[in-house]
Design a protein around this ligand. Sequence first.
Ligand SMILES: [Zn+2]
Length: 188
Amino acid sequence: MIDEKLVIPGEFLGTSEEFTGGKGTFERNGDVYSSITGKVSFEKKTRTIEVDPVTSSPPVPTHGDEIIGKIRSIKDQIALVNIDMLVGNEKREPAVSEVGAIHVSNVSEDYIDNVGDEFNKGDIVKAKVIVDKLGSIDLTTNEPQLGVVSARCTKCGSRLMKEGKKLVCKDCGNTENRKISSDFGKGV
Ligand SMILES: [Zn+2]
């Protein structure tokens, strides 16, 4: 059964006496070949053979995945994160424009009033996916290795350095508070 078979470009599908070549095929010297990589489908009535392209869909972050992302906005209770990468497999770039949300209760084990006390717009964070319902990705940073891994000074824009439990700007002396990852400054 040729139906549903996976074929590559140039693969022989049948003769033009047997089939009419449809989408994803070409004909040469009375033979029908696949012009793309895809799955063969066969329409019996019209005896048309087609190849439907196989598209590799980018991975969607799922429960338990660690991600690297950038804080894009902050409201009282929620920080929104642009998810740039799935940790552990840098080739697994997520689907574009995936956005996750860190709720104030998932920032750290300490009680926090306002997400803006621990994150700032533009911070690079490592976070873990806890809910991956369709169209809604919830993230947590409530583990030692999770939290801010890179941040810039809100006063002068220089890169902040970790000093104890705070982040310090070497250029202007500003001290800032964050939920800091134990991987802070180690690169991503
Ligand atoms: Zn500064």
